[in-house]
Design a protein around this ligand. Structure first.
Ligand code: UN1
Length: 505
């Protein structure tokens, strides 16, 4: 292990075991290698779960649910508040570990921990406010209402690009709902998951509640076991559309529920009447932030004819002046891609764009190692190019010319995914049309804000191949509970609904 780099406060030495079930660490399965993508050096080796360890972890979460579900929700909220406090204490070292292991720049690494803190606060509030509707009964002297009960142990499968925040959207909200959690992090980022698990254990173990959050590091097979297991009524999965489709089919096959947050192919429409400076900044962060490895990354800019040349020129200059390099250096804006495979995918996409008539305005090259760095790449593209409709997890931005709003909206919707979208315009009419029923078909639609960097207070997710799930804020908590409709008769008659008569003569 590269002990000099991993922040010692996180108490990760030695990291060996990647399974934590009811507070007990183990790991006899496949070894996962955590690599620092900025140096290609090994950070640590972690033993993942054997099939038996995965099943035992699920059983522990299942057993722990019995006790946890019976605690009053505000009491559960109090434990989440304490976890939020610990996250505040560890924001700096945990943010640094996120940067080390997944390569995002330090301010984004710390931002990710802040996202966890925000959702912890949100979950604490929820623990005192989740409620049910009372509905008018058609029958006299009857009261009808809904109540929400905990659902059960929940499987949470997360991706490398938000190795801790997306877990927290699911796990902290599910926990105040009364559910317990089995977490399978990405095999590329086991260290950050272990660090978070340790933080949770420190808060919950002394209370005899270590089984609320459980960790099961492993590869695809571990995910498959989680998806197939009938003891988990809900599986939440973040990652590629291909992975999500497999999870969805496996979970539906056993009549479970899945909550999917999959790929995006997000566009920003920039109209001639837009504030160019504002749009430019949004496009830069949207396309190059996290080295283009967010599900919300801006992959396409649909620019109206008049503004197109200015944008092409200014974006090219901006892409060329962005500093690519060590994510821990405060001057760096773009860190590495996650691994060699991601670099190969980048190269293939650039070649496909070039072969289908795209013009590389800047970038397009892999930067010599160590580390998995590529150049920020801007490509002038045509709407007929198939590669533009693909999601490539890399800092590649396609710039397309468009006639006007209607054409732009239909181009923006003409992809298989439907996560995030944005328009830059100073016209209220154009903005409202973009948000209308004839506008964006995405789960997120922004005006004069880019496609990425959503706050936790809103529901997060999207349509079509993005999977339809909603996580984080608003009423997303409902996904983690079961709804019960209750009717109470406080009268002395037994009237039937719909006026049906069923009386003995
Ligand atoms: C993801 O990439 O899976 O809106 C999540 C954003 C972040 C979350 C991204 N808050 O860009």
């Amino acid at each position: 292990m590269n002990t000099c780099e991993i922040p010692p406060e996180l108490d990760l030495h030695p990291v060996e075991a990647g399974v934590c079930s009811n507070g007990n660490w183990s790991g006899q399965g496949e070894e996962l290698v955590s690599i620092n993508p900025a140096s290609s050096e090994e950070l640590a080796r972690v033993a993942g779960a054997t099939p038996e360890e995965t099943l035992n972890t699920i059983q522990d979460a299942y057993d722990s649910f019995e006790n946890w579900k019976k605690l009053p929700a505000p009491r559960r909220g109090e434990y989440i508040r304490l976890i939020g406090e610990e996250l505040r204490r560890f924001k700096e070292p945990l943010g640094k570990l996120v940067s080390l292991e997944c390569g995002k720049v330090l301010s984004e690494g710390e931002g990710e921990v802040q996202e966890m803190i925000d959702i912890a606060d949100f979950a604490v509030g929820l623990s005192r406010t989740i409620g049910g509707a009372t509905l008018p009964s058609e029958r006299p002297d009857h009261r009808m209402f809904e109540q929400w009960h905990p659902l059960g142990p929940v499987g949470v499968i997360t991706a490398f690009n938000f190795p801790v925040a997306v877990w927290s959207w699911n796990a902290l909200v599910a926990a105040i709902c009364g559910d317990t959690i089995v977490w399978k992090p990405s095999e590329k980022t086991p260290l950050t998951a272990i660090a978070v698990q340790k933080i949770c254990n420190r808060v919950l173990e002394p209370e005899g509640l270590a089984g609320v959050f459980n960790l099961c590091c492993g590869g695809t097979e571990t995910g498959e076991r989680i998806a197939a297991d009938e003891r988990l009524p809900l599986v939440s999965a973040t990652g590629s559309c291909r992975m999500g489709r497999e999870v969805a089919v496996a979970v539906a096959g056993r009549m479970g529920r899945s909550l999917l947050e999959l790929g995006g192919n997000n566009a920003i429409i920039i109209l001639d009447d837009a504030d160019v400076d504002l749009a430019l900044r949004a496009v830069l962060f949207g396309s190059l932030g996290t080295a283009g490895q967010r599900c919300t990354t801006t992959r396409r800019v649909l620019a109206q004819k008049k503004i197109f040349p200015t944008l092409a020129k200014r974006l090219t200059e901006a892409f060329e002046s962005v500093i690519v390099g060590d994510p821990l250096d405060p001057k760096t804006l773009v860190g590495p891609l996650i691994d060699e495979e991601a670099v190969n995918t980048f190269e293939k996409a650039v070649a496909a764009a070039r072969d289908s008539g795209g013009e590389i305005l800047t970038g397009g090259q892999v930067i010599e190692g160590p580390g998995f760095f590529v150049q920020p790449t801007l490509i002038k593209a045509g709407s007929g190019m198939e590669i533009v409709r693909e999601e490539t997890f890399a800092p590649i931005l396609y710039l397309l010319e468009t006639d006007g709003l209607d054409e732009a909206i239909s181009a923006q919707n003409n992809v298989r995914q439907g996560l995030s979208s944005a328009i830059f315009t100073d016209s209220v009419r154009n903005a409202e049309r973009f948000l209308s029923v004839a506008g964006s078909d995405c789960g997120i639609a922004n005006v004069n804000i880019g496609t990425s960097g959503a706050e936790i207070g809103g529901a997060f997710g999207g349509e079509k191949e993005t999977g339809g799930g909603r996580e984080a804020g608003s009423d997303s908590w409902k996904a983690y509970m079961r709804r019960q409709t209750c009717t109470i008769n406080y009268g002395t008659e037994l009237p039937l609904a719909q006026g049906v008569r069923f009386d003995l003569e």
